[in-house]
Design a binder for this molecule. Sequence first.
Ligand SMILES: *Cc1c(COP(=O)(O)O)cnc(C)c1O
Length: 426
Amino acid sequence: MSDRLPGFSTLAVHAGAQPDPTTGARATPIYQTTSFVFNDADHAASLFGLQAFGNIYTRIGNPTNAVLEERVAALEGGTAALAVASGHAAQVVILQQLLQPGDEFIAARKLYGGSINQFTHAFKSFGWNVVWADPDDIASFERAVTPRTKAIFIESIANPGGSITDIEAISTVASKAGVPLIVDNTLASPYLIRPIDHGADIVVHSLTKFLGGHGNSLGGIIVDAGTFDWSTGGKYPMLSEPRPEYHGIRLQETFGNFAFAIACRVLGLRDLGPALSPFNAFMILTGIETLPLRMQKHCDNAKAVAEFLAGHPAVASVSYAGLASDKYNQLARKYAPKGAGAVFTFSLKGGYDAGVNLVSKLQLFSHLANVGDTRSLVIHPASTTHSQLDDAAKVKSGAGPDVVRLSIGIEDKEDLIADLEQALGA
Ligand SMILES: *Cc1c(COP(=O)(O)O)cnc(C)c1O
């Protein structure tokens, strides 16, 4: 072997995986088992006391899932990762390590609709308070910081309008406030943007979308950048204080630059329980092997479709950062030079009714609530994913009544354009 560091496409195929030591199986086997036999009593005790790494029970870890974790950590440039059952489960597990009841976190207002819901309503019952900031106004993050702020949460490419977030500017605010920056990198995938290179401390994904990539399996993952010092000022007791459930060990002191990933596993996943099925881990691993090829095709198709729509007389505006005329094009050139992703919105001159009409006329596009499938998808956010917001909040989050969201797949772009043309013209 040369001492060359493997490139992204090589990591996408190989990182974390070896031929199975007992059978020689080359594809990662699905270890469809709940539990693992201990070597002896001492081995069992050391696993339970966190003195040794190994498999105990699939709620806490599984060898198929471990390959997925190592692969995504490598692709994102983190120290370790933890796979869980869904993107939303990942968000709960992350914040459980960071917030005590009564604490706050700052979140960008432009987010996946489900995250807006989860942060606003579900987290209230845990005593975690979200404070909203505007990703187009960095000072709004600074103004939102209080002594109870424990984290900042943003999306790299933001739902639903595909806007690009200035990760470095917000990372500076987070550093000054002494809190970690969490970046939801679902819409970009590490092929387009690696948030850790721009100052993120924690990266989170819905694996359900581009990483799995085929619309067949739910999953989520948390990547620890290994950059944050959790020991300062007693602000993060889950990481810095002795843990009674593990004989009083302090996670930061014991596990150093992957303590956050360990906390998510041994305090979050173990006790909250949203384990990823090894079968789903296998499906997602298979998807990741072609991530670079798919993602480039997604982006190239999206750009062609966005250009077509921008020139169509029925279209009022297109919000796609890959267009030279777009407000976010400068940020796209900086953060996502290979392409601005494949999820974006456009608005129709005919308003709400025209949006509903278009969705009903499209044939190749599937009308459903997902993104990041090989298939092209369409939805009207104002009546679905963002329907819980009032009108002003809909507009602020990029989901006004006239807005249609597309997730462009990997079909032939000519066919996608022809489908849009017939639906717009009819
Ligand atoms: C889908 C999605 C989520 C939630 O993930 P699930 O796997 O559906 O729980 C979070 N963030 C973004 C940006 C998403 O697209």
